[in-house]
Design a protein around this ligand. Structure first.
Ligand code: CA
Length: 234
């Protein structure tokens, strides 16, 4: 994570509402490693009586209260950003949660990079701040203006190409699966062939013009590779 995003993260408190202790603990650990303040509660009642955080990650399947009802009551009492979490197939609950004021949703299972990207996105929508720039080697992504540069030279990308790159730069070095990229850069409900991704990736690699920047990890997905620092161009 770049310095600017980390500074933002340090002021941000995330409440993880999740009754599955294993999932909750790994989420809290990952969020803290990314620099967020993170706490976990395991019930809807505890979520409603917790100090108001900046972001609530709300599992809709809770043991005591209906998750959608918890979402509605959280929205009524605070302006925290709410990201609803559901299992696959619970589309009706996702729609209800969005109607009751959730800002976004995630479908289990999801990776930490996707969660961090969603948190940054909801925070960006809530408090439009200065530019947030992600950097990796010669690459810089301005998440606010959605402009990309390589060695300081602007590169014009399509929204899909930008989305793919954003997934990868969000957590450089981590392998991001084809499905995660499709869900993030296309639509959370992409059911089409993943072959379409290859076409956009080929165009993206060509436009960036940095060999080795986007690595294919066979059978797993893609990640950003270690590349040379910016060098002077003649
Ligand atoms: Ca649950």
């Amino acid at each position: 994570m770049n310095a600017r995003a980390r500074d933002d993260a340090e002021e941000t408190r995330v409440l993880v509402v999740e009754d599955d202790r294993g999932i909750a603990e790994s989420l809290v650990r990952g969020l803290r490693q990314a620099g967020y303040g993170a706490e976990r509660v395991g019930t809807g009642r505890a979520a409603l009586s917790a100090p108001t955080p900046d972001v609530v990650l709300l599992d809709l399947g809770l043991p005591d209260l209906d998750g959608v009802e918890v979402c509605r009551r959280l929205r009524a009492r605070s302006d925290a950003a709410i990201i609803a979490v559901t299992a696959r197939g619970e589309e009706a609950d996702r729609v209800l949660a969005l109607d009751e004021g959730a800002d976004d949703y995630l479908v289990k299972p999801f990776g930490l990079a996707e969660l961090l990207a969603r948190i940054r996105a909801v925070l960006r929508r809530r408090r439009p701040a200065g530019p947030e720039i992600l950097r990796h080697g010669p690459l810089a992504l301005d998440l606010r203006t959605r402009q990309v540069s390589v060695n300081g030279h602007g590169v014009a990308l399509t929204p899909k190409e930008f989305g793919i790159l954003e997934c990868l730069v969000a957590d450089p070095g981590r392998v991001v699966s084809r499905q995660q990229i499709l869900e993030r850069a296309w639509d959370a409900h992409w059911y089409g062939p993943t072959k379409v991704l290859d076409v956009h990736l080929a165009a993206l690699r060509r436009k960036l013009g940095v060999p080795g920047l986007i690595e294919t990890v066979y059978g797993q997905g893609f990640r950003l590779g270690t590349v040379q620092e910016p060098r002077e161009r003649p």
